[in-house]
Design a protein around this ligand. Structure first.
Ligand SMILES: C[S@@+](CC[C@H](N)C(=O)[O-])C[C@H]1O[C@@H](n2cnc3c(N)ncnc32)[C@H](O)[C@@H]1O
Length: 281
């Protein structure tokens, strides 16, 4: 601590350069240190050959520098414009976790094969030698579903026409922590959390009579979460039912009841007529 020549300065902490590990980030990054476009093209060509090269790859050394400055081992690195997958490959070799997003086909032609080679220890290029990478780890690959919501011709948010009732029920199961497993025989079993706890999704507004009937069918040995657009009853009137409205963030942005929206979750699987089939909001 330094208190000034006469001991009357604001105390400040002095740290000497010789005591600091590594180098303070510098804004000038010469290609001798972080590579250049030709280098990255050669990296890609060594992985995929000349014919399958990617047009705008970044050199692994450049991403290595970025991740050195910004992350620690085990951190999560996101690249939502993954291209040929350089960020993920470098993050993986540096012991970081990663998420990459890519809308182009090179997800299949470049990213997955590249990361597979990194994992198998079959990618000797880029920073492999510098960081002593030998292979290992893994990844999961997901294809994003289309947006749940879309705008109709009047500009209102509605459930995407590509979605059917089963997909909405599945989404709500996920939201509520249930395993989606619709029963072929029991209309109110769309999913379960245990052997005796089920979830039922309907866009109908449920009356007291309908809820009472549900409660009778569920019986004393089982419990049910009923997700509906609205209900006309006291939610705590049924010991084996938890009655909830479909979450507002899903519902409030949707227009229900138009002829052409063809969203009939209550028909999944077949609903008996006494529960008011077609009683859509
Ligand atoms: C310049 S490249 C990235 C190159 C990458 N840094 C590398 O080293 O290979 C940008 C990528 O972003 C992708 N892309 C563009 N818009 C996107 C979007 N909305 N969602 C996901 N990927 C997108 C493009 O398909 C392209 O592959």
């Amino acid at each position: 601590m330094y208190f000034g020549k006469n001991g009357d300065a604001v105390p400040s902490r002095i740290q000497y350069l010789r005591d600091i590990e590594g180098v303070v980030p510098w804004t000038w990054w010469p290609h001798e240190e972080v590579g250049h476009t030709d280098e990255s093209k050669r990296e890609i060509q060594s992985l995929f050959g000349k014919s399958d090269a990617f047009d705008t790859p970044k050199p692994e050394r450049l991403i290595n520098r970025v991740l050195q400055i910004a992350t620690n081992p085990g951190d999560l690195v996101l690249d939502s414009f993954a291209g040929s997958g350089t960020t993920g490959a470098v993050a993986h070799k540096m012991g970081r976790r990663w998420i990459m997003v890519e809308l182009g086909e090179h997800c299949h032609t470049h990213i997955i094969p590249r990361l597979q080679k990194v994992i198998d220890g079959d990618d000797p290029g880029g920073i492999t030698e510098a960081v002593g990478w030998k292979g290992g780890g893994g990844f999961r690959y997901y294809r994003l579903a289309p947006s749940l919501l879309e705008k109709d011709k009047w500009g209102n948010w509605v459930i995407n026409h590509g979605y059917n009732a089963a997909m909405l029920a599945e989404a709500l199961c996920k939201l509520e922590g249930f395993t989606y497993a619709p029963s072929d025989t029991v209309y109110w079993q769309h999913g379960h959390s245990t052997e005796r706890d089920f979830v039922y999704v309907t866009t109908a507004s449920l009356t007291h009579e309908q809820l009472q009937q549900l409660s009778d069918e569920v019986g004393p040995e089982r419990t049910l979460l009923a997700l509906c657009t609205a209900f006309r009853a006291r939610a705590d009137a049924y010991p084996n039912l938890t009655v909830k409205k479909i979450p507002k963030q899903v519902l409030s942005r949707c227009e229900w009841g138009h002829d052409d929206y063809s969203l009939q979750v209550e028909n999944l699987p077949q609903k008996p007529p006494e529960l008011g089939q077609g009683d859509l909001f």
